[in-house]
Every structure is written in C-alpha cells, then in structure tokens.
Ligand binder design. Structure first.
Ligand code: HEC
Ligand code: HEC
Length: 245
C-alpha cells in the first residue's frame, strides 16, 4: 500500500517535471519574467524596512511636485500620473524600478536619482509622505461611450488582481487604478499590452493580449470613473496642500 502510494507520487512528480520542462521550452521568456517582475532585494526591499521621516519626505517631495504637483494629483491630461492614494508599496516599487531602469521614464529619471534626492531612506520618506495625500475627486476621464462594455471587460479580466472596484492590493504590489487619470492609464495599458513597459506583470500581459484599442478605451474609461473610498478623497478639486504654504 505504502509502496504503491510512493510509486504514484513519484510518477506524478515525473510527469509534473515533464510538464514544466515543456512549458519552459515553449515559453522561456514569460517563465523567467514571472519571477523577475517583482523580485526581492535592491532598494525596494531596503526602503520597505526603513522608518520613514515625514519632514524629509516633505522636503524631497518638493522636487517631485514640479511635475506631480503639490497635491500629488499630476495632471488630468495624463502627462503626469496622480500619486496621491497609491499604495505605498506600489510607490516604492515603481520608484525603485525607475531608478534601476527597470521602467523607462526619461522625463523623471534625472530627478529621481540618489544624487538628486538621496538613497533608499529618501524613497522610504517620500513615499510615506505621498501616501498621506488625499486624491483628486475629479480625475481625467474618457469619452464615456462604452462604459457598459468596459464594466464587463473589467469584471472578466481585471478583478482578480486590481479588485472589485480598482482598489488594487498593497501586499501584492497591485496598483490602485480607480480614480487615476484616464489618459495616463490608457498609455500605460497600451505599453503593457504591447510589451513596452518592462516591469509589467507578465500575467497581466497575457490576460490583455487580445484587447482591441476600443476594448482598451472602454475598460480604462470605466476604471477611471470608479470612486475610491471617501476617506481617500480630498473634499473638493479646489483642495490645496497645506504643507507648502
Ligand atoms: C520632470 C517631471 C517629473 C518629476 C520631477 C518627477 N516625476 Fe514621477 N513621473 C513623471 C512621469 C512623466 C511619469 C509617468 C511616466 C510614464 O508615463 O510612464 C511619472 C511616474 C511616476 C511614478 C509611477 C506612478 C505609477 O502610477 O506607476 C511614481 C511612483 C513617481 N513618478 C514618483 C515620483 C517621485 C517620488 C518624484 C520625486 C522624487 C517624481 N516622481 C518626480 C514625471 C516626473
Ligand atoms: C495578473 C494580475 C493582473 C491582471 C489580470 C491585470 N493587472 Fe493591471 N497590473 C498588475 C500589476 C502587478 C501591475 C503593476 C506592474 C508593475 O509593478 O509595474 C499592473 C498595472 C496596471 C496599470 C498601470 C498602473 C499604473 O499606475 O501605472 C493599469 C492601468 C492596469 N494594470 C490596468 C489593468 C486592467 C484595466 C486590467 C484588466 C483589463 C488589468 N490591469 C489586469 C496586475 C494585473
């Protein structure tokens, strides 16, 4: 009986390793990206362990505000993303990826370097500060012509990672996308689909590979219009950041 079970287990192991071998052969690139898109180590892991200093965060953020604005709202045109309301883990990962050239951002790169803002401690400080900023309640949105189709696409393709309502998942480094500017997200989504965003999650790339440009517009327009929880929103679009009078 025991012998028989052991035999069956080892037979299973052999067939599993064959399965993974042929998987690796077919799709080596995807398989190696899966483990790389969010590997531990580097400044990301370092910054997550440090105790943030709010005063220094405010000071560092001044550099960032040239583009992301004092409120952390970026621009509704989508040139600059809203940072306010994003999970701190996601901000840390994105900033570390940009500094390590794992995500191309030539506009921002020189301002984000250690020479400009400091080491991993600066990442810890500025992201902790940004995480306290309330979101713009009136983000940029799309044409509004395919929201029902967008809702269906969202439900079928995005919920499992970005959540029911676009809230993301801090522990898994899945970004909050509800209430983010439409034009920014459209650009990122297209880059992710077309494999131009190098730190993209390979499972997302796979999930959206058959999206047409129209699907993309509809789903992103739907997401931009999803409301973040009230406690994350500024009281109005006229709110100003009191930390920089
Ligand atoms: C010169 C303009 C500029 C400055 C200064 C700048 N950024 Fe950015 N940042 C951008 C642009 C543009 C993007 C979006 C790039 C893209 O579309 O891929 C971006 C993207 C980001 C993202 C990714 C957001 C996301 O949703 O994935 C983070 C995080 C970020 N910036 C943080 C910062 C921080 C922190 C600072 C200050 C240390 C800073 N930025 C300074 C222009 C700037
Ligand atoms: C398998 C999980 C997964 C699925 C499914 C998925 N995403 Fe993502 N998505 C991610 C992760 C992880 C990132 C961030 C990758 C990184 O660290 O750079 C991301 C990034 C994004 C971004 C860029 C956010 C930013 O701030 O730069 C947008 C927009 C987005 N996803 C929209 C969607 C939409 C819409 C769908 C469904 C059509 C979808 N995603 C499906 C995991 C997923």
């Amino acid at each position: 009986m025991i012998k028989n079970t052991i035999f069956r287990i080892s037979a299973l192991a052999v067939s599993l390793s064959f399965a993974s071998l042929s998987f690796a052969n077919q799709d080596t690139q995807v398989a190696s990206n899966v483990k790389d898109w969010n590997k531990d180590g580097g400044e990301k892991s370092e910054a997550m362990l440090l105790t943030p200093n709010r005063e220094n965060g405010i000071e560092v953020y001044e550099v960032c505000s040239a583009c992301h604005k004092l409120e952390g709202w970026g621009e509704t045109s989508g040139t600059f993303p809203m940072l306010a309301g994003q999970h701190r883990n996601v901000l840390i990962k994105q900033l570390a990826d940009i500094r390590a050239l794992n995500r191309d951002n030539p506009t921002m790169y020189p301002f984000a370097l250690p020479e400009s803002i400091g080491d991993a401690q600066a990442i810890a400080d500025v992201t902790a500060y940004i995480a306290t900023l309330p979101m713009n309640p009136e983000p940029g949105v799309g044409p509004g012509t395919g929201l029902d189709k967008g809702a269906k696409l969202y439900k079928d393709n995005c919920v499992k990672c970005h959540g029911e309502n676009g809230e993301g998942n801090a522990d898994k480094f899945y970004p909050r996308i509800q209430g983010q500017h439409y034009a920014y997200m459209l650009r990122q989504f297209e880059w992710i689909r077309d494999k131009k965003r190098r730190n993209a999650n390979p499972d997302m790339v796979e999930q959206i590979k058959n999206f047409s440009d129209e699907d993309m517009v509809n789903v992103i327009d739907f997401v931009a219009r999803q409301k973040p929880p009230k406690e994350l929103l500024a009281p109005s679009a006229a709110w100003q950041n009191p930390d920089y009078d």
